[in-house]
Design a protein around this ligand. Structure first.
Ligand code: TRP
Length: 329
């Protein structure tokens, strides 16, 4: 069998921002190009988003919008199998099995649980939040994934998936493949208008669907040093340069560095250049996004649910037999 790469995206917002593009979408597209022999499963982690978002209309619309954006950004549907785990009963079924062989101590050690404890008192925390990594392990093990690309913050969750796969295998016999974790390389800490990483909680983001006026306003807010126009500048010390760099080919990058170093590049010029680059990326994405209908996404998910359900149902049959849920052997 060819290698299977699997990852999920959590639709907690109804849009994606530029950092999602550079940090998640673009690397996935590149990974698909680099791994021609691999099959790539990409799913909506909406059952994970449900730990936080208890609004059916919003969760559904977020999921559709996020998938439309992935498609508008150029995710090649002949390479990616995109699906919704809520259409595949195996995710919840395996979640049940894994829940019963996981000790609470395991979950209590998770960074995500500790972070959630800072926000809520344990008694007020959703049990789904506590057990978040178990559903994630089910997502992974159901399909015998070989590699799971995630951000650093999710590494511990994939390690738990590995541990629980080994535990199940030792209790009930060889059943699950133990997946490798692939940590997505950081695209540099993308600093934004306020010098912090782009995030909804800091209100310092640029949505992929923002209009030119909103984007220009954000770009103007980027803090710069107080050097005069004629002064020679160190590009590495400039926030605007760091953002520009994301968009540039090596040749363009070299040319921009030289302009900084030569002097006579004003911060306004640098910002105008950044603004142009952002718009050149986003205008085609926004054009494609507008042309994708919700029903196209729904049809795609229906088609792919059938494909992945065949794999998942087989695995569940095997697991249910081994643990004794199925009476007929
Ligand atoms: N928890 C992941 C995130 O927040 C999303 C996710 C859910 C996931 N299930 C997964 C990622 C399985 C990889 C594999 O980004």
């Amino acid at each position: 069998m060819e290698k299977r790469i699997l990852t999920g995206l959590k639709p907690t917002d109804n849009q994606l921002h530029l950092w999602n593009y550079f940090g998640a979408i673009k690397p996935m597209i590149e990974l698909a190009k680099e791994s021609q022999d691999a099959e790539i499963f990409l799913f909506l982690a909406n059952m994970h988003a449900f730990t936080q978002l208890h609004n059916g209309v919003a969760l559904r619309q977020n999921s559709i919008n996020v998938l439309k954006l992935y498609m508008a950004c150029g995710v090649d549907l002949s390479r990616f199998v995109i699906y919704n785990p809520a259409d595949v009963p195996g995710h919840a079924q395996l979640n049940r099995v894994l829940t019963c062989i996981t000790h609470m101590g395991f979950m209590e050690r998770m960074h995500s649980y500790k972070e959630a404890l800072d926000k809520w008192k344990a008694k007020e925390m959703g049990v789904g939040t506590f057990c978040y990594p178990i559903l994630m392990a089910a997502d992974i093990l159901l399909y015998d994934a070989d590699v799971v690309p995630v951000w650093k913050d999710q590494k511990q969750h994939v390690e738990y998936a590995r541990d629980i796969a080994l535990r199940f295998n030792s209790m009930f016999g060889e059943t699950f493949k133990v997946p490798d974790v692939h940590i997505k390389s950081d695209v540099g800490t993308i600093i934004w208008v306020d010098g912090r990483k782009m995030s909804k909680s800091y209100n310092n983001y640029i949505w992929l669907l923002d209009d030119g006026k909103t984007i220009l306003k954000r770009v103007k807010q980027i803090p710069t040093n107080a050097q005069t126009v004629e002064e020679k500048k160190d590009p590495d010390q400039c926030n605007v340069y760091h953002l520009c760099k994301l968009f540039l080919t090596p040749v363009e990058d070299d040319a921009l560095r030289k302009r900084y170093q030569a002097g006579w590049l004003s911060y306004k010029d640098a910002k105008d250049y950044l603004y142009e680059k952002i718009m050149a990326l986003l205008i085609p994405i926004q054009g494609k996004y507008a042309k994708i209908a919700d029903k196209e996404i729904i049809a795609l998910l229906e088609k792919n649910a059938k494909i992945v359900n065949e794999i998942a149902a087989k695995k569940i049959q095997e697991v249910y037999k081994k643990v004794g849920f199925t009476l007929k052997v």
